[in-house]
Design a protein around this ligand. Sequence first.
Ligand SMILES: NC(=O)c1ccc[n+]([C@@H]2O[C@H](COP(=O)([O-])OP(=O)(O)OC[C@H]3O[C@@H](n4cnc5c(N)ncnc54)[C@H](O)[C@@H]3O)[C@@H](O)[C@H]2O)c1
Length: 249
Amino acid sequence: MFEDKVVVVTGAASGIGRRTAIEFARQGATVVVADVDGTNGPEVVAKLNSDGHRAVFVRADLTAEADCEHLVAVAAERTGRVDVLVNNVGIEISTPIHEMSVPEWDRLFDTNLKSMFLCSKHALRPMMAARSGAIVNVCSVSGLVAWPGIAAYNTTKGGVLMLTKSLAVEYAKHGIRANCVCPSIIDTPMTDASIGHDAAVKEAKAKLNPLGRLGTPEDVAHAILFLASDKSSFITGAALTVDGGYTAI
Ligand SMILES: NC(=O)c1ccc[n+]([C@@H]2O[C@H](COP(=O)([O-])OP(=O)(O)OC[C@H]3O[C@@H](n4cnc5c(N)ncnc54)[C@H](O)[C@@H]3O)[C@@H](O)[C@H]2O)c1
């Protein structure tokens, strides 16, 4: 489905981004894996290339504009195009607002929102030149409803939702679509860091949604691939929940 397409996935050394990079590669894309993790990122790329796919690793701190600009330049090096940008990078800090320091707040916003602005800013240029492109941002159900205990994280994801809609509205005339996915709790290293490995805790979290299980990175990757593909060519500015029905209650 993505033969001859150049796809950038940020935060692709782990979790949702990693799975998304693998799924795009399996569908024929040349995948640019971007991450600050210089160990797991190259491992993902080495495995993809040894399986006969096409992938390159770019080590980048996506809170820094120079790194985002370099990432897009590497992606566009061969064909001049960046067909798909998946802004996936994100962290969770659960400090309550009344105890949160300004550096913590800034780190959260820099990672979860500024990175998406910066990567979009630089990827939009080749997309505008090609008069086509798809941006998929990884938001969260917490961009739609406020989860208790992670107020600042929720606020970053509210920003991701509005960035998505704004990109969709402003760049439609250039043939560029922008959408986001809104996952609920997905079984990734981020979730392990946040709720631990206790099976009973995970089961209790799973029961929060009508389908009664945690999401998998594959669940989210499939939604991202749909929004990046021509099968969603009349969809822009949308927020697709991948939440087992959590927000339908
Ligand atoms: N896991 C969940 O339950 C869940 C739910 C909803 C939304 N999300 C969102 O999905 C996205 C991915 O989450 P995940 O669970 O796969 O996380 P993860 O921790 O497994 O992976 C995140 C990746 O981002 C990378 N990263 C962090 N800061 C970076 C930076 N400054 N520059 C470059 N890379 C950086 C990390 O090295 C890591 O490889 C995030 O935006 C997260 O907010 C996750």
